[in-house]
Design a protein around this ligand. Structure first.
Ligand SMILES: Nc1nc2c(c(=O)[nH]1)N[C@H]1C(S)=C(S)[C@@H](COP(=O)(O)OP(=O)(O)OC[C@H]3O[C@@H](n4cnc5c(=O)[nH]c(N)nc54)[C@H](O)[C@@H]3O)O[C@H]1N2
Ligand SMILES: Nc1nc2c(c(=O)[nH]1)N[C@H]1C(S)=C(S)[C@@H](COP(=O)(O)OP(=O)(O)OC[C@H]3O[C@@H](n4cnc5c(=O)[nH]c(N)nc54)[C@H](O)[C@@H]3O)O[C@H]1N2
Ligand SMILES: [Mo]
Length: 733
């Protein structure tokens, strides 16, 4: 029941809260508490659609009470990275941190302090805002740029649509007659609490569902009528060939294109090969993608003729060498088929998207409660031109290690001496883990805010222990859903752990930072959330959830389509830009003004493929959220961590199901168990990322951390290339 009156043992209270884990869901949790201890966690069993928690939320008790939970501040006693620590007081930890940051700032300048901060939980108070403000007021820091998850999708939709809010709410899926799950696996990689529920409803209502993915995923198995395996990183070629089929058959919605888009002619010229002499035929694409030409033709015809149709553009194919081209091509197809701004359609921009910005909230819940200040290090620098604009000097997040190791001598704007790491398992989640370890060893000072002794925390000089979201108050939200969740404290913070916003406030006092915070936790949350009716309402705090009352599903760009005269698209031309003058003006190689298929480094066309013939993808695992939950025994029992390899590739290498194998390339080697299966296409392997890096004395990672193998190269627009890898696999031993 969602009213908090579930079955309870004597002496137990039930706290309703919303899971803030970083998976894209936001599910109701009914936390049973006795004598200040969580005894069990239930979830929504009220009216449909319920906000039902998943395996991870239901097991969260084991995360809160994990034996390796960090409960006290620690200082390093052995060599950095060895993992030997001693308990210290908060006073000592804060003084040491403040003192070292002050020393580094005064000796080398503020740019020598790097902030490596990620999301941790999806929260508006305990998020990136606090340390950015703190270090900004302290004199500045070097900030990374690049969005790990969907940089390519954001970059593409900003140029094509002029905004990155391009999604419908998930309940609109039931209006679709055809759903194309393109590199999209919401049954594993959660994309909103009820996405699968609505996919099931759509299927029951007779929608045809097609999955384009190198793997036969749980989403494909559960929902799809057809699985189309495709070589990773080649999606743009298939999308262009689909455009070719539509143009040849005059199947495109020309009236829509004429009215709402610019540049289709230029795109058509490229697709037909008028500009480069290469018609992008299904046969041309078949050779690149591994998808038979006839399959491409059929999907193109279906997508053009079955209305309405939702091209659910997953973000994983965007995490490749030219990922922004894939998103731009998908958007072009959504426009060619007239599926933008209509019920049951989709703008084709990016399936993993919080649509909050598209809603009429008085205050955007995605913006941090803690006010930003300009970063003095960036003062006087120009903004980088282009759609994803920030002020230099910044370093791409995938290149921080390179910057630390090379500094000014390598062309970076500074030498780097200290790193503040918060809500981030930097060593495990970012490309080239071995290089990151080397970089962390070379720094003068590393402070890590953590909940567990992660591989990254082991490299800290000082560890500051963080409370979980069951031990603090906040506001959260999910992907593709029209509600806000109240995160309500269920128990007091364990040990001496503290909420991230409070750690920053404590540091501010030691760092002599004036004016860091003037408000209490309650006031900050109220400022942001009360306006949205979440926190102020006692009812919402009790039930946990504040829903936007919408009679019909939200559809992005409906206004632009229904009344274009009064609602231009927020692009320079006021239309959907299939040809992008912005990209043409930028002149960055790889950012072609109409979508094109280009081969990326570490992709199929790379000469390195001779040595390392297997493209590597690194998917998100059902039982983890990123690298989190890796240490939860209930979850580890459910799903082994394995490399997925096809029956064919395993046979030629003499590998049997369950064998220990070695996956390697020039960046490193991991040991991992093989899962020999027909659920991945031949010629591709998948190592789900998030295993906790644990190299042995020879440097072989025994945990199977995918990022030992991934590349630091980013796409021309700045996308991480986690799914453009090349490896070889051999039996271990
Ligand atoms: N359980 C769980 N849920 C999560 C997360 C988690 O770690 N665990 N992480 C959350 C976060 S932060 C994010 S950003 C999202 C990520 O969500 P996604 O990026 O959608 O998740 P992935 O598993 O990386 O990829 C989805 C599918 O794309 C396929 N794929 C990979 N490369 C390609 C390609 O080049 N072409 C095609 N066509 N398909 C490809 C994979 O086989 C996979 O089935 O998930 C969120 N939800
Ligand atoms: N190879 C490969 N690598 C990837 C990806 C991929 O597809 N392939 N996906 C990328 C994506 S999409 C993302 S979003 C990044 C994520 O990268 P990260 O955000 O670095 O990944 P997490 O595992 O979530 O690490 C967060 C860490 O912060 C700690 N922590 C500290 N304070 C808090 C807190 O207040 N709350 C919580 N919950 N944790 C806290 C957690 O214990 C955890 O160790 O990884 C990226 N890495
Ligand atoms: Mo992500």
């Amino acid at each position: 029941m969602s009213d908090g009156k579930g079955f309870r043992h004597k002496g137990e209270k039930i706290v309703n809260t919303v899971c803030a884990s970083h998976c894209g869901g936001a599910c109701l949790m009914k936390v049973h508490v006795r004598d200040g201890v969580i005894t069990r966690i239930e979830t929504d069993d009220g009216r449909e659609p319920q906000l039902r928690g998943c395996l991870r939320g239901r097991a969260y008790r084991q995360r809160v009470y994990a034996p390796d939970r960090l409960l006290y501040p620690l200082k390093r006693v052995g060599p950095r990275g060895e993992g030997k620590f001693e308990r210290i007081s908060w006073d000592e930890a804060l003084d040491r941190t403040a003192g070292e940051l002050r020393r580094v700032r005064d000796t080398y300048g503020p740019a020598s302090i790097m902030l490596a901060q990620m999301t941790g939980d999806v929260c508006t108070l305990n998020n990136f805002g606090s340390l950015e403000r703190l270090l900004g007021l302290f004199g500045g820091f070097t900030s990374p740029w690049g969005i790990t998850s969907f940089h390519a999708g954001v970059y593409a939709s900003l140029v094509s649509y002029g905004t990155y809010f391009c999604s419908n709410t998930r309940d609109d899926l039931v209006n679709s007659k055809l759903i194309i799950m393109w590199g999209w696996n919401p049954a594993d990689a959660v994309n909103g609490t009820n996405t699968c529920w609505y996919l099931a409803r759509a299927k029951e209502a007779g929608a045809r569902i097609v999955c384009v993915d190198p793997r036969f995923t749980d989403s494909a198995a559960t929902f799809s009528n057809q699985w189309i395996p495709i070589r990773p990183g080649t999606d743009t070629a298939m999308l262009l060939a689909m455009a070719f089929v539509m143009i040849q058959g005059k199947l495109q919605n020309q009236a829509f294109l004429d009215r709402y888009t610019v540049g289709f002619d230029r795109f058509r010229d490229h697709v037909l090969g008028h500009d480069d002499g290469v018609p992008k035929t299904p046969e041309w694409a078949a050779a690149i993608t591994g998808v038979p030409a006839a399959t491409i033709v059929h999907l193109a015809q279906d997508y053009a003729m079955v209305k309405p149709a939702a091209l659910m553009t997953g973000i994983a194919p965007g995490r490749t060498g030219n990922g922004e081209q894939y998103h731009r091509a998908a958007i072009a197809l959504a426009a060619m088929t007239g599926n933008v701004g209509v019920h049951g359609g989709d703008a084709g921009a990016r399936a993993w998207e919080s649509i909050m910005g598209g809603f009429p909230y008085p205050m955007n819940p995605m913006v941090s409660c803690i006010e930003r200040v300009p970063n003095p290090v960036e003062k006087g620098y120009a903004r980088k031109p282009g759609p994803f604009s920030y002020r230099e000097p910044r370093v791409h997040f995938s290149k921080l290690a390179d910057a630390i190791l090379k500094g000014k001598a390598g062309g970076y704007h500074s030498d780097f001496k200290a790193m503040v790491i918060a809500q981030c398992n930097y060593l495990v989640q970012f490309p080239n883990s071995n290089k990151i370890a080397q970089a962390l060893r070379s720094l003068e000072f590393v402070v890590v805010e953590e909940q567990f002794m992660t591989p990254t925390a082991r490299f800290a000089d000082i560890i500051l222990p963080v409370a979980t979201y069951l031990e603090r108050n906040d506001v959260t939200y999910g992907v593709g859903s029209a509600y806000i969740g109240a995160v309500n404290r269920a128990i007091e913070p364990r040990g001496e752990s503290r909420a991230p916003w409070r750690i920053a406030a404590d540091l501010a006092r030691r760092m002599d930072v004036q004016g860091y915070l003037t408000k209490s936790e309650e006031e900050m949350l109220e400022d942001r959330a009360m306006a949205n009716g979440v926190y102020a309402s006692r009812r919402v705090r009790k039930t946990g959830v504040s829903r936007l009352n919408m009679l019909i599903p939200y559809v992005a760009f409906r206004k632009q389509i229904e009344d274009p005269a009064r609602n231009p698209f927020p692009t320079p031309s006021g239309k959907i830009e299939i040809y992008s003058q912005q990209w043409a003006d930028l002149g960055i190689p790889g950012l072609t003004p109409v979508p094109q298929y280009l081969e990326g480094r570490d992709g199929p066309g790379d000469p390195l493929a001779k040595k390392y013939p297997l493209p590597l993808i690194t998917s998100h695992l059902k039982r983890r959220a990123l690298s989190q939950f890796e240490n939860v025994p209930w979850l580890r029992e459910l799903q082994p961590h394995t490399v997925m390899i096809s029956t064919e590739d395993a046979r030629v290498r003499g590998i049997r199901d369950g064998d220990m194998v070695r996956v390697f390339n020039d960046r490193g080697t991991i040991d991992i168990q093989a899962r020999v299966t027909e659920r991945i296409m031949p010629g591709v392997v998948d190592v789900p990322h998030g295993a906790w890096y644990s190299p042995d004395s020879r440097g072989v990672d025994r945990a199977g951390c995918a990022n030992v193998l991934t590349s630091e190269e980013h796409s021309p627009g700045g996308s991480f290339t986690y799914n453009s890898g090349l490896v070889e696999v051999a039996r271990a031993g």
